[in-house]
Design a protein around this ligand. Structure first.
Ligand SMILES: Nc1ncnc2c1ncn2[C@@H]1O[C@H](COP(=O)(O)OP(=O)(O)OP(=O)(O)O)[C@@H](O)[C@H]1O
Length: 243
């Protein structure tokens, strides 16, 4: 792809490798037709996500955060512009396994236990059931959920269910996690705990982009993207903000 070829190709061994972006979005616009009207949810967004990035995506309700996350994860396609995944292999093999989503609302499969929910992505990737269950148990333990392994989603609190959703996202060792207000329905202590366990469990080379309305959550991440009326209006790294 031209976008990928335009990026640095990496350095010889023993020198710092150039950061090949996980995602390279250029002039991305997404418009929807609603009752004969065009709603431009996202307009002309250009950005990159690199390994290790920890991004908070801020903006008022309706500013385009979910639309952007869906495009960055390949769940949706732009009306114009391009989204490519230079470090992830573009095309068919983008998912599953390399990109994972955590959604705001309850997204666990109701008839499956916490353990079965976490094992599901591995089973879908073709892993034998006993190995999938072992790895799922490892991640439940990591997120302090092992005692709840046999619980159904309806038997979990909101915070516990979100931690199971995080375990399900991490179980495939994704390179990119896109989280759409995962703490939106949690009280602030529970939200901070979810973030604690997510940041501790995240592979240092993986990237996280988290839409949030919570300034205390945003403060814990390195980069702030601000959206307003469908436009990415600023990108601030924490050092720049505090310097
Ligand atoms: N599938 C769709 N069909 C029509 N309009 C849509 C669709 N998805 C999003 N929109 C519109 O695009 C705009 C941006 O929506 P989006 O959900 O991306 O915002 P958001 O910042 O994530 O909001 P929130 O914080 O409330 O989740 C809104 O005006 C919304 O109504």
């Amino acid at each position: 792809m031209p976008e990928a070829e335009a990026r640095p190709r990496g350095q010889p061994h023993l020198t710092a490798p150039a950061a090949v972006p996980l995602v390279d979005a250029r002039q991305v616009t997404r418009a929807f037709q609603v009752a004969g009207q065009t709603v431009t949810a996202l307009q002309g967004a250009t950005l990159q996500i690199c390994p290790g990035d920890r991004v908070a995506l801020l903006g008022a309700s309706g500013s385009g955060k979910s639309t952007l996350l869906h495009l960055l994860g390949g769940l949706d396609t732009p009306t114009s512009g391009t989204v490519t995944w230079p470090a992830l292999g573009n095309g068919q093999d983008l998912r599953p396994g390399k990109v994972a989503f955590v959604f705001q609302a309850q997204s666990l499969m109701p008839p499956l236990t916490a353990l079965e929910n976490v094992a599901l992505p591995l089973l879908l990737n073709g892993k034998p059931p006993n190995e999938a269950q072992e790895e799922a148990a490892f991640w439940l333990e990591r997120l302090e959920l092992l005692p709840l392994a046999d619980h159904l989603p309806e038997e979990l609190s909101g915070g516990q269910a979100q931690r199971v959703a995080v375990a399900r996202a991490l179980v495939t060792h994704p390179r990119l996690i896109l989280a759409d207000e995962p703490t939106g329905q949690l009280d602030s202590a529970t939200a901070q705990h979810l973030l604690d366990v997510l940041l501790a469990a995240l592979d240092p080379g993986a990237a996280l982009v988290m839409a949030t309305h919570d300034p205390d959550v945003a403060r814990r991440l390195d980069t702030i993207w601000r959206m307003q009326d469908g436009q990415l209006v600023s990108v601030t790294r924490r050092q720049e903000e505090t310097s």
